[in-house]
Design a protein around this ligand. Structure first.
Ligand SMILES: Cc1cc2nc3c(=O)[nH]c(=O)nc-3n(C[C@H](O)[C@H](O)[C@H](O)COP(=O)(O)OP(=O)(O)OC[C@H]3O[C@@H](n4cnc5c(N)ncnc54)[C@H](O)[C@@H]3O)c2cc1C
Length: 386
């Protein structure tokens, strides 16, 4: 059921009501802009409600560290203002050999330079943080106590409600089907529920971004492909047993933590695609069970309640494409988050709102330049989990 009438016109239209579209609508509306989000299903129904809740600043390049530092400030601010939970329970990367330790020392130096307080700690210190860990093969760990986790449901709802409070319109069950373009200028969008007139469009559809770019007639190559990534949740265990997000690249690129309900949630690097299929697979169950129990042997005793799948919208360097597409007047993209878009959303909203309202931003948005693919200037591979 359509929840709201499609407005006849809107200054700015955001296609996609995931965390990116909703936080951007919130930011623009707060700045007094007239903005409408068009979402083909319901808000959060894409990757957003399928994600692993993790928020981290432990990246391996200056841009992502700076952007995530700002994002964490904003998560903290809005979680307090709007009353959803942001637990700063840290991210713990388990390291098993000298090469890994050297790589993380380099990453930590970059993070420290921008005020992110990551430290290299001993296996024993790691075990103090998560007593259930098997540290027999661990030689060190990278630990940042200011990383954390946010509930995707409450936070997305909070941004959506407050975007509406500032005057944004969120139109659900409405699918964008085509662009109306005259002389290289956007005049409106055709949807399955009629036409909306607009001059400024933001493509915030992540896994579907290439379809929207094709509708807009964009020729610039912006390679974003949907990959199936799966997650698991176990029966609840004692609260506080696994506080941080625990990562092990050695054991299947696994990430795991405990939800506020007590279940253990996480995934591994097992990737299928490119595909729009979302059926969970038996192979994933087997891999995740094998790797999780290598990291925390006590998990052997636990029942798996459910597995599910969602999309990583991946680019060749695992960094999103964020910016203005010059070949079509007032067309922007913020998509291709490669498995870490939830955590970036508040800072991305700030960057894109700055670009639309001021034409520039103080955050290092150039790193995510949508034209880097065409120019053959791929960034260093962003540190991707799962
Ligand atoms: C298993 C898993 C674990 C993850 N873990 C983490 C994590 O721990 N931390 C983290 O930061 N990220 C994580 N991610 C990634 C995160 O989920 C995404 O990066 C993030 O949700 C992307 O948000 P988005 O708004 O760009 O996309 P989406 O939430 O996918 O929103 C895009 C929206 O566009 C809509 N849409 C598409 N086409 C149209 C159209 N034609 N018309 C109208 N609407 C349209 C879709 O319905 C969808 O709702 C994980 C992902 C998965 C799958």
């Amino acid at each position: 059921m359509p929840t709201k009438e499609l407005p006849e016109r809107s200054e700015i239209v955001i296609i996609g009501g995931g965390i990116i579209g909703v936080t951007l609508a919130h930011e623009l509306a707060k700045r007094g802009e007239e903005v409408t989000v068009i979402e083909k299903r319901f808000v959060g129904s894409g990757s957003t409600f399928r994600c692993g809740t993790g928020i981290r600043q432990q990246f391996n390049d200056e841009a992502n560290v700076q952007v995530m530092k700002r994002s964490v400030e904003l998560w903290k601010h809005y979680s307090e203002e709007y009353g959803f939970s942001f637990e700063q329970t840290g991210y713990l990367f388990l390291l098993y050999d000298d090469d890994e330790v050297e790589e993380f020392k380099r990453n930590i130096a970059i993070q420290n330079r921008f005020g992110v307080p990551t430290r290299l700690i001993t296996p024993e210190e790691a075990k103090e943080i998560v007593p259930l860990l098997d540290i027999s093969e661990v030689i060190a760990a990278s630990w940042n106590p200011t990383d954390g986790k946010v509930d995707p449901f409450y936070s997305t709802a909070a941004f959506a409600l407050n975007a509406e409070r500032f005057g944004a319109k969120l139109v659900e069950y409405t699918e964008v089907k085509d662009f109306i373009i005259e002389n290289g200028e956007i005049k409106g969008l055709k949807t399955n529920r009629g036409v909306i007139k607009t001059g400024i469009v933001v493509n915030a559809t992540n896994a579907w971004a290439k379809l929207i770019n094709a509708m807009a007639g964009i020729k610039t190559p912006i390679p974003i492909e949907p990959y199936k990534h799966q997650a698991v949740i176990t029966q609840p265990i004692r609260k506080g047993a696994i506080k941080p997000m625990v990562i092990s690249f050695k054991y299947g690129h696994a990430y795991l933590t405990q939800t506020s309900h007590g279940g253990v949630v996480g995934g591994v690097g097992y990737e299928l695609g490119p595909t729009y299929d979302l059926n969970p697979t038996y192979e994933f169950m087997r891999e995740v069970s094998y790797y999780f129990t290598r990291i925390i042997p006590a998990l052997r005793e636990l029942l798996i309640l459910r597995t599910w799948a969602g999309y990583y919208a991946k680019t060749p360097d695992s960094n999103p494409a964020i910016g203005k597409i010059e070949e079509l007047n007032d067309y922007y993209i913020a998509a291709g988050f490669s498995g870490h878009g939830f955590m970036m959303a508040p800072a991305v909203a700030e960057m894109v709102a700055d670009l639309i309202t001021k034409g520039r931003t103080s955050l290092p948005v150039e790193w995510y330049d949508p034209y880097r693919f065409e120019r053959g200037e791929l960034r260093g591979q962003a540190l991707q989990m799962g």
